[in-house]
Ligand binder design. Structure first.
Ligand code: FES
Length: 103
């Protein structure tokens, strides 16, 4: 369950095409071409949790250098949220998808 209050609020009137994506199963309206990081943080307060201590993370450098924003797509591919653009129909997971080891 994602927290209700987003970390980011878009302040500009966007003219880009809207894109419907899911974030951990929640249906979210985003904008095609914006970063996955923006789409997630405009929806909730964290991008992911730290794999060691579980602390909430929201990315750090926002430019593809720090590796703090890895998330997953439903097909199991890991992506850097800050350098991956939203595509309509994208299914984003903020934690690793359940696999054979998790079943
Ligand atoms: S936030 Fe640093 S690589 Fe994405």
């Amino acid at each position: 369950m994602m927290p209700a209050k987003p970390r980011l609020v878009r302040v500009l009137d966007r003219t880009a095409a809207s894109a419907t994506i899911t974030i951990d199963g929640d249906v979210v309206q985003a904008f095609a071409g914006e970063s996955v990081l923006v789409a997630v943080l405009a929806h909730t307060t964290r991008l992911r949790t730290h794999e060691v201590d579980g602390a909430p993370r929201a990315g750090f450098c926002l430019m593809g250098a720090c590796q703090d924003c890895w998330v997953w797509l439903a097909d199991g591919h890991r992506i850097r949220a800050c350098t991956t653009r939203v595509v309509d129909g994208m299914a984003v997971l903020t934690g690793p998808p359940a696999g054979p080891a998790d079943a």
